[in-house]
Ligand binder design. Structure first.
Ligand code: GDP
Length: 421
C-alpha cells in the first residue's frame, strides 16, 4: 500500500490531537480494543473522554516498546497509509524537513472556528511556504461552537486565504469540521448541508503521490573516487548514491559541472557483488570504460540530460539556526549533495522572523531562528537541482565555524555570473 507523509499543524488547543485521534479511530487504524480501553479508563477516573488521550496511550506504548512501528502514528484509508510527522515545535519541524530527516508531502492546517486565526496559524502558513509544501488543506475546526455557521467559516477562509496567498500558498481545500464530533472527517455530515466540498480524508486521498525519485531522470552526486591496482592495472571506482532515476552498465554519462563524459562499464555493490544497475537510494560503485578525472560533488547524469542545473547563483529559502548571524559579505561553506563549496549572500530578498513574523528588508544579516529568501552565490559553478524537482539535490546545509548553522531549499537557478575566476 502506498504511504504519504503528512503534517498536521495548528495553534495549541485548536484541535490537532483531537483531529488526529478521531481520524485514527474513525478509519479503524487503532490497535484492537484501544478505543474501548481508553474510554473505560476515563470512565473509571470520572474524566471526560478526549480523543487526544488515544495519542497519549499510543505514545506510552511506544515508549514501552509494545508497538513495533515505533514513533510513527499512522492511519489508513482505502487509498493509502498516512504517516503523521510529528512537529513538536516549528523549529524542530524546519530542521527535520530541511535536513531531509522527514519530509511531508501534504499539510493540514487547523484553525479554531471560535477563536479564529491565531499568530501560530500564520506562522504555520509561513513554514509551509518556506518548505515548498504545495498540497494543503485548511480545516476550520470546532464548527459546533459557532452553530455550524457558514458565515463564520467563510470569513475565516477569506482572511486566511488572503494571508496564505501573500506567501504563495494556495490551499486546495477549506473544510468546516467538528473534529470531536467527527463532522466532515470521513464523509460529509448533515450538520453542514451548505458544504459540498470534500471531507478531510477525501481531501487527503485526492492529493497526489510524490513522483517516485526513481521515475525521474538519473542523477548522482559523486561521493568519492577510489583507486585500486589490480595486476598492475589501475582501476577507479566512482562511488555514490543515486538521488533519482536508475543507471545501468552500458549507459553513457556526463559529469557536471565539468562536462566530462564516459560510459558505465560495471556497477558494483558492496562485497564486490556485481550488479547490472543502481537506482535512487541504492549506494553503489561504478567503473567507467574511459578514465575521467572528476571531483567528488560533481553530478553524474545520463548523457545529454539537461534537468540538472549548473550555475554559481541560485535563489533559496533558508532557515538560520546559528548562534552568530548569517551575514552578507562573509563566506560560508555550503554542502549540496556531496559538493562542498564556498558561498556568499548576494542579496536578501525577504527576511522573516519565524517568531514574530515581522518582515524586514533592510538588514545585512539573518539572525538565529529567522527565515529568508536569498540569492546565493558560490565561488565556482556547481551542479544542483530545485527542491521541487529533485529533493536530495535541491537541499543544502550551511556551515559556519564547522557547525551546521542553517539549511535551505533551492527555489530556482539563476544565470551564471559573468565574472571569471
Ligand atoms: P491541540 O492542542 O491542538 O492538540 O488541541 P486538542 O485536540 O487537545 O483540543 C483542545 C480542546 O478542544 C480539547 O478539550 C478538545 O476536546 C476540544 N475540541 C477539539 N475539537 C473540538 C470540536 O470539534 N468541538 C469542540 N467543541 N471542542 C473540540
Amino acid at each position: 500500500m502506498k504511504r504519504m507523509n503528512i503534517v498536521i499543524t495548528g495553534h495549541v488547543d485548536h484541535g490537532k490531537s483531537t483531529l488526529t485521534g478521531r481520524l485514527l479511530a474513525d478509519t479503524g487504524s487503532l490497535p484492537e480494543g484501544k478505543l474501548e480501553a481508553v474510554k473505560a479508563m476515563c470512565a473509571g477516573n470520572s474524566r471526560p473522554f478526549e480523543y487526544a488521550f488515544l495519542l497519549d496511550a499510543l505514545a506510552d506504548e511506544q515508549k514501552q516498546g509494545i508497538t513495533i512501528d515505533s514513533a510513527r502514528v499512522f492511519f489508513k484509508s482505502l487509498m493509502r497509509e498516512y504517516i503523521i510527522i510529528d512537529a513538536p515545535g516549528h523549529i524542530e519541524f524546519l530542521k527535520n524537513m530541511l535536513s531531509g530527516a522527514s519530509r511531508a508531502s501534504a499539510a493540514v492546517l487547523i484553525i479554531d472556528a471560535k477563536e479564529g486565526i491565531a499568530e501560530n496559524s500564520k506562522r504555520h502558513g509561513l513554514l509551509l511556504s518556506l518548505l515548498g509544501i504545495r498540497q494543503v488543506a485548511v480545516v476550520v475546526n470546532k464548527m459546533d461552537l459557532v452553530n455550524y455557521s457558514r458565515d463564520v467559516f467563510e470569513g475565516i477562509c477569506r482572511d486566511y486565504g488572503l494571508f496564505l496567498a501573500e506567501l504563495g500558498v494556495q490551499p486546495q481545500h477549506f473544510i468546516p469540521v467538528a473534529a470531536r464530533e467527527g463532522v466532515n472527517l470521513i464523509s460529509n455530515s448533515v450538520s453542514t448541508p451548505w458544504y459540498t466540498g470534500k471531507s478531510v480524508l477525501e481531501a487527503l486521498d485526492g492529493f497526489d503521490d510524490e513522483q517516485s525519485l526513481e521515475d525521474k531522470p538519473f542523477s548522482m552526486s559523486l561521493q568519492d573516487v577510489y583507486k585500486f591496482t589490480e595486476n598492475n592495472d589501475e582501476r577507479r571506482i566512482f562511488a555514490g548514491t543515486p538521488s533519482s532515476g536508475r543507471i545501468s552498465a552500458g549507459d553513457r554519462v556526463d559529469f557536471l559541472p565539468s562536462g566530462k563524459t564516459s560510459v558505465i562499464s560495471t556497477v558494483e555493490g558492496f562485497n564486490t557483488e556485481q550488479r547490472f544497475s543502481a537506482g535512487a537510494g541504492e549506494a553503489a560503485g561504478f567503473t567507467l570504460e574511459t578514465q575521467v578525472y572528476v571531483k567528488p560533488g560533481e553530478v553524474m547524469v545520463k548523457e545529454g540530460d539537461e534537468s540538472i542545473k549548473v550555475s554559481d547563483r541560485f535563489r533559496a529559502n533558508i532557515f538560520w539556526l546559528g548562534s552568530r548571524p548569517f551575514e552578507t559579505g562573509k563566506e560560508y561553506k555550503l554542502k549540496i549533495g556531496c559538493a562542498k563549496v564556498s558561498g556568499t549572500i548576494e542579496k536578501i530578498e525577504k527576511l522573516i522572523d519565524a517568531q514574530s513574523l515581522e518582515k524586514e528588508t533592510d538588514r545585512k544579516g539573518i539572525r538565529r531562528h529567522e527565515a529568508a529568501t536569498l540569492l546565493l552565490k558560490t565561488s565556482a559553478p556547481i551542479a544542483f537541482d530545485t527542491f521541487d524537482a529533485n529533493e536530495p539535490l535541491g537541499r543544502f546545509v550551511i556551515i559556519d565555524d564547522y557547525n551546521i548553522a542553517g539549511g535551505g531549499i533551492i527555489l530556482d537557478a539563476l544565470e551564471k555570473s559573468s565574472v571569471k575566476r
